[in-house]
Design a protein around this ligand. Structure first.
Ligand code: ARG
Length: 460
């Protein structure tokens, strides 16, 4: 019996070895052992409380399960492919340790409700851990932003110099993205918070089980309401993979910005050497490999999400083995995102803005042309469209004379629009331009400072 599968009595032939190769998931789902054992213990407690099984057997089962947990904790458990998955590996071992009493454990449940219960518990916990990792990245952003509220750089659209902004304001845009990521993971936790245990194979059970008890003891808000939905629902895995994909996409965008800013053509930022690698042939090279990997890893996260959605597409009610691959996808997606988040926090900490070049670049590309138009609207009471035309003429003049707008003299500016005094010159100062952007959410130093105050409070 020891080496036989649970269902061997009904089978004339041994399971195909080539099926075992892809059908066995123990090398993946052994990661669920804590959740599996915790759920089995609670299930047993409920069966005893409801007098569905005797206290003697129940107590033996619980002791045995605890022993198995400590064996696995210590690395002294031999996982066996022929027992397919974590659920059967644990049950088989329980027989070995406590004998026939182990046969009472699987009363009023199925692997179908077992696996989804374990998996929900795992994802709930992993989501909470990811929230902490995201918070770390957010904190590294705040720290870097705090030191750079008056570091002027060119804000870009279409990768062309657009308007002056602060490096802090730029960095904090990613804070907002990550905040939404946190919301996504938090919402997912709320959405998955229903306990499937007791749905059994697909139709529920005739035993007088107490599903509120198991649900509560396992930390769920309530039991799932439809046994068929419960065993075939993998929305929570998709939600997790989607939130991970979006978060990884945000980090990929940040990494791409940094790669561009660090390029020799831009040279706006430098990295600490710990975030650079050398070349095997070109002695001079310092390459931003960590940033490039953060940029690329999102491909893995997209891939896992896509695979999961495809597995679920058109799957009839209710449980099918197709779903077994859900765990590998989620574990991989999770591990990838977790590593990417940790590395991103380090990368952000290691960034040094090249302030001189940032300032020079902020002046290039006529980035205060809009400010000049705004000045004409405010001081000369012209319409914005008229001012826009005058300002574009000034840009043409500066371009023709190979000057930056801030290099122009009052006399030169007056060639384009006569009725002006010295007060106009300030308009072409990039820092002044930045600090005039006081509209809520704008880049002015005062705005950004008060945002940082708020962010510091909320990310504690
Ligand atoms: N290892 C399986 C999975 O992850 C557990 C459920 C198996 N149920 C079944 N009827 N074959 O999906």
């Amino acid at each position: 019996m020891k080496n036989k599968t649970i269902w061997s009595n009904r089978f004339k032939n041994k399971t195909s070895l080539s099926f075992q190769k892809i059908g066995s998931s123990i090398h993946i789902d052994k990661r669920l052992y804590e959740q599996d054992i915790a759920a089995s213990i609670v299930h047993t407690q409920m069966l005893m409380k409801q007098k569905i099984i005797g206290t003697k057997d129940g107590t033996k089962i619980i002791d045995g399960l605890k022993k198995i947990k400590s064996l696995i904790d210590k690395g002294n458990f031999e996982f066996k492919d022929k027992f397919e998955d974590i659920h059967l590996n644990v049950e088989k071992k329980l027989f070995e340790i406590i004998g026939p009493s182990a046969g009472f454990l699987h009363t009023a449940r199925s692997r179908n409700d077992q696996v989804v219960t374990d998996f929900k518990l795992w994802i709930k916990n992993a989501s909470k851990e990811i929230l902490k990792d995201i918070t770390l990245v957010m904190k590294s952003i705040i720290k870097k932003a705090e030191k750079n509220t008056d570091t002027v750089m060119p804000g870009l659209t279409h990768l062309k110099n657009a308007q002056p902004i602060s490096f802090a304001h730029y960095l904090l845009s990613y804070y907002e993205m990550l905040k939404r990521d946190k919301n996504r993971f938090e919402n997912n936790i709320k959405l998955l918070d229903e306990c499937p245990l007791g749905s059994a194979a697909l139709s529920g059970t005739s035993y007088k089980i107490d599903r509120n008890y198991t649900s509560k003891k396992l930390g769920f808000k309530k039991p799932t309401a439809n046994s068929m939905d419960a065993v075939s629902d993998r929305d929570f895995a998709i939600d997790f993979l989607y939130a991970s994909a979006v978060c990884a996409m945000h980090l990929s965008r940040l990494a791409e910005d940094f790669i561009i800013y660090n390029s020799d053509a831009f040279n706006l930022i430098s990295f600490n050497d710990s975030m650079l690698t050398g070349s095997s042939i070109m002695p001079q090279k310092k390459n931003p490999d960590p940033a490039e990997l953060i940029r690329g890893k999102v491909g893995i996260n997209y891939g896992k999400l896509n695979a999961m959605l495809t597995i679920m597409k058109g799957l009839p009610m209710s449980y099918f083995k197709d779903m077994q691959d859900d765990k590998e996808l989620v574990f991989d997606g999770h591990d990838t995102l977790k590593n990417t988040l940790t590395l991103s926090a380090e990368l952000i900490n290691s960034v040094k803005p090249n302030k001189g070049i940032m300032l020079l670049m902020a002046n290039k590309g006529y980035t205060t042309a809009t400010d000049f138009a705004d000045y004409l609207v405010k001081v000369k009471k012209l319409s914005f469209r008229e001012s826009y035309t005058i300002s574009s003429k000034l840009v043409n003049f500066a371009e023709k004379n190979k000057k930056m707008l801030s290099d122009l003299t009052l006399e030169e500016i007056k060639k384009i629009y006569k009725d002006l005094d010295r007060s106009v010159l300030k308009v072409f100062d990039v820092k002044n331009s930045m600090n005039l952007k006081k509209s809520y959410g704008g880049t002015s130093e005062s705005n950004v400072k008060s945002m940082i105050k708020k962010y510091k409070k909320e990310s504690k």
